[in-house]
Design a protein around this ligand. Structure first.
Ligand code: SAM
Length: 287
């Protein structure tokens, strides 16, 4: 992927990310059981590709409210160490609460920009990032930083969404919101949920950042719920990006947009419940 054009204000974008996730972190945490159901399989595959062993030191970037840090802590065991980092100091505080409630003393948390790690060289066995790299304005710069923090032979393993046509859970609401809020189409090369999902993009980025043996696989992540209304409730509360796109609409207009989204989501209902397609890419490489 090309790094963003000079006109793109990366600092402003990062600040908006920080503020959004400081605000929406509690909802992301509250919906953790649902998110675990949707993203559990892809998380297991990422941890497998990271080849995590008991006793290792793991760095989780853009850790949100604690995943995959908590799952990694289970794998490294009490003799290992997991550092969960995120640009949002509010959400990473929630990650610490989750870790302590689950009894994991081997997890620490720190607020940190994933493109600029305040960490020594060659100090981790694996770097993980679930659903975070695509929100970084300079993903290759970020990957170079992660590589710097890895020990020789260390592994990077990440999850990003693939392309909009395979992710109707997000692409359908986003296109409705975009039309109703009269927003311009997404610009190629700028960060966003589907910005790293194209064919060959992750492999190229791993190579540009100096990693060896990149491997990337597509994994279905269907988003299931009891009905379309239940799905829309999760989307409204946990996926803050949708609300951010509607920042200039009145409360009444927003309600009307969500009604339209729910109407279109009903096409994914069946007698068995509700399921809208999604797909992630799990990618890994070696330092
Ligand atoms: C969709 S959430 C994913 C959280 C968690 N990894 C998960 O999968 O549940 C995206 C996260 O990326 C974080 N983020 C965005 N830009 C970042 C950056 N430049 N550095 C570190 N974290 C960032 C946000 O604060 C947010 O917590």
């Amino acid at each position: 992927m090309a790094e963003p054009q000079p006109s793109f204000d990366a600092a402003k974008y990062k600040n908006a990310q920080r503020e959004q996730w400081n605000k929406d972190g509690a909802a992301w945490r509250r919906w953790n059981p649902t998110l675990d159901r949707w993203y559990g399989e892809v998380t297991r595959q990422m941890l497998d590709l990271a080849r995590i062993q008991p006793g290792q030191r793991i760095l989780d970037i853009a850790a949100g409210a604690g995943e995959p840090a908590v799952s990694a802590a289970e794998r490294v065991g009490p003799g290992g160490y997991v550092l969960a980092t995120d640009i949002s100091e509010g959400i990473v505080e929630l990650a610490l609460q989750v870790a302590r409630e689950r009894g994991f003393r081997q997890i620490e948390t720190r607020a940190m920009d994933g493109e600029n790690l305040d960490l020594p060289d060659a100090s981790f066995d694996a770097v993980l990032c679930r659903l975070g790299l695509m929100y970084m304005p300079r993903p290759v710069t970020a990957l170079r930083e992660w590589r710097r923090a890895l020990k020789p032979g260390g592994r990077v393993a990440i999850v990003v969404f693939s392309t909009p046509d395979h992710n109707e859970w997000g692409a359908v609401p986003a296109s409705i919101i975009r039309r109703r809020a009269q927003l311009p189409p997404p610009v190629a090369g700028q960060p966003g949920p589907f910005s790293l999902g194209g064919p060959g993009v992750l492999e190229d980025m791993f190579r540009q950042a100096g990693f060896a043996d990149p491997e990337v696989r597509a994994v279905p992540v269907p988003h299931g719920a009891a009905c379309a209304a239940d799905y829309v409730q999760v989307a409204r509360e946990a996926f803050g990006g949708f609300n951010a796109m509607m920042a200039d609409l009145s409360p009444q207009e927003r309600e009307s947009v969500w009604s339209e989204v729910e109407g279109s989501m009903r096409s994914f209902e069946s007698p068995g419940g509700f399921e809208v397609p999604g797909e992630c890419l799990v990618g890994a490489a070696t330092k």
